[in-house]
Design a protein around this ligand. Structure first.
Ligand code: BES
Ligand code: MN
Ligand code: ZN
Length: 489
């Protein structure tokens, strides 16, 4: 497991600055404004900071941006990371500043001279999020990770503020590790075992095996997994930090550990990306971890459907008709539209068993959402404006792109089947919306519901501001904030 870098907060000690070996990060505010620690660096370097602050280059620097000065004279540091940031900068810029420092840090120990900047905790959160590297399968000797030390005027206060953020970073890392993990290692068994291990944190974790799912009538979910040697499972994670008599909020995730497409097999090019098709389940797992780590005062249940979509003599065929737990029958036209078959059974089970106050499902559901929104925004579909706006607000506050898409009964005709209650595909037009319409049939009356199509945002090859290339952990921060604002407030 990848653990976030150790971050320490200590008092300002001007005399220690010159002797620091490694990297030193320092901040320049608007018009080159310097705090007491930056002034010391400026003096040690005989005015290097002031010259940078007066340069044309500095005028063009955005809040959160960084310039590196190598081998600063008068200091033992091998490089000086000069970041543009001031007291009025947004939280997002402070995180970006931290991320820029993490990116430049390599494996060296870093001293961050945050002085009396009011955003030290947010900067440290940015450092933690960006200082991630999935090295589990690199055989080269592990290099020691350099710690990060913040020199701040009120270390205890900043450390207290950063505490819950560290719980979020751990949840994000848990999600990223799951999403980055190849499918020969992250099998359904392995995934379930990693979730069961979270019982140590105070989560109640149950694993429903194929025989249990059969008894419950989850035939659409089982139909997806029946071509794989890995057994299908549903894992239920309950966090009971709220009032005893309060119904939980439910999170449901698509956990296709690998999606070959099944008999409707995908083309070879890029198929390896389908190791991330458990991204929805990954986010649900990461949020549950964060809630447990920070002992959230809320009741939340997370459910993930873990299956592998493989072609095989026993695999589901195009044209097969299967019955969902709800009782509705589905004609499987395309075995590659498998996510909705998994989700519909888990969503139904979640509602029948827990009568939740609301339901959010997450899934790397459609390639069409990438055509529509690219890698910048997840598709948001909802039957409830209040809940939806609450989520959009949380996502915006966390800088996680989310864009609302329409639902509408008019799309239902695309799902009409000749032989069953519905087909599992609605053709090329509005592919993400017909997928959401399919799911909505499994949402009970008056149940506030959001469907998040995260196919474009779960893993981004070129990385994002706060994540290197690969898994992003998109959604953990927004959902954690939503729980805080909506259920704990
Ligand atoms: N897992 C894919 C969607 C996907 C595509 C996720 C690209 C991440 C990146 C999903 O199961 C799928 O195959 N969807 C099909 C649906 C179609 C057959 C109706 C698609 O999008 O092509
Ligand atoms: Mn598929
Ligand atoms: Zn899929």
């Amino acid at each position: 497991m990848t653990t976030p870098v150790a971050i320490h907060f200590k008092d300002v000690e001007l005399d220690a600055i010159a002797d620091w070996e490694g990297r030193v990060a320092v901040f320049l505010g608007e018009e080159g404004k310097m705090d007491i620690t930056a002034r010391r660096v400026n003096r040690l370097t005989r005015g290097a900071l002031k010259r940078l602050a007066e340069s044309e280059g500095f005028a063009k620097m955005q809040p959160g941006e960084m310039r590196e000065l190598a081998w600063p004279v008068g200091m033992a540091a091998d490089s000086l990371l000069v970041v543009r940031l001031d007291r009025r900068s947004a939280v997002e810029d402070a995180r970006k500043a931290g991320a820029a420092i993490a990116k430049a840090k390599a494996n060296a120990p870093v001293l961050v001279l945050a002085g009396n900047l009011n955003k030290s905790a947010d900067i440290s959160f940015g450092v933690a999020l960006r200082d991630y590297d999935f090295t589990d399968h690199k055989t080269a000797d592990a290099v020691a990770q350099g710690d990060v030390t913040f020199m701040v005027s009120k270390p205890e206060e900043v450390a207290a503020e950063a505490g819950p953020m560290a719980a979020v970073a751990e949840g994000v890392f848990f999600t990223r590790d799951l999403v980055n993990e190849p499918a020969n290692i992250l099998t359904t068994d392995d995934f379930a075992a990693r979730l069961a291990a979270m019982q140590e944190l105070g989560l109640e974790v149950e694993i429903l095996e194929e025989a249990d799912l059969e008894k419950l009538g989850m035939r659409t979910l089982l139909a997806v997994g029946q071509g794989s040697v890995s057994p299908s499972k549903v894992v239920v994670m309950q966090w009971k930090g709220g009032a005893e008599d309060e119904k939980p909020f439910a999170l449901v995730g698509k956990g296709v550990v690998f999606d070959t497409g099944g008999i409707s097999i995908k083309p070879a090019g890029g198929m390896e990306d389908m190791t991330m098709d458990m991204g929805g389940a990954g986010v649900v797992s990461g949020v549950m971890r964060t809630l447990a780590l920070r002992k959230a005062k809320a009741n939340v249940v997370g459910l993930v459907g873990l299956v592998e979509n493989m072609p095989d003599g026993n695999a589901t065929r195009p044209g097969d008709v299967v019955r969902s737990m709800k009782g509705d029958t589905v004609e499987v036209i395309n075995t590659d539209a498998e996510g909705r078959l998994v989700l519909c059974d888990v969503m139904w089970y979640a509602q029948e068993r827990f009568e939740p106050t609301g339901l959010i499902d997450l899934a790397t559901l459609t390639g069409a959402i990438i055509i529509g929104l690219g890698h910048e925004n997840a598709g948001v579909f909802s039957n409830n404006d209040v809940l939806c706006n609450q989520f959009l607000k949380a996502a915006a506050a966390e800088g996680e792109g989310a864009w609302r898409m329409p639902l509408g009964a008019a799309y239902d005709k695309q799902l009409k089947s000749r032989v069953a209650d519905m087909m599992n595909v609605g053709g090329r037009p509005a592919g993400s919306i017909t997928a959401a319409q399919f799911l909505q049939r499994f949402v009970q009356e008056d149940m506030p519901w959001i469907h998040l199509d995260i196919a474009g945002v779960a893993s981004v090859k070129g990385g994002t501001d706060l994540a290197p290339g690969g898994a992003t952990g998109w959604g953990v921060m927004a959902l954690d904030r939503m729980v805080r604002d909506m259920l704990e407030g």
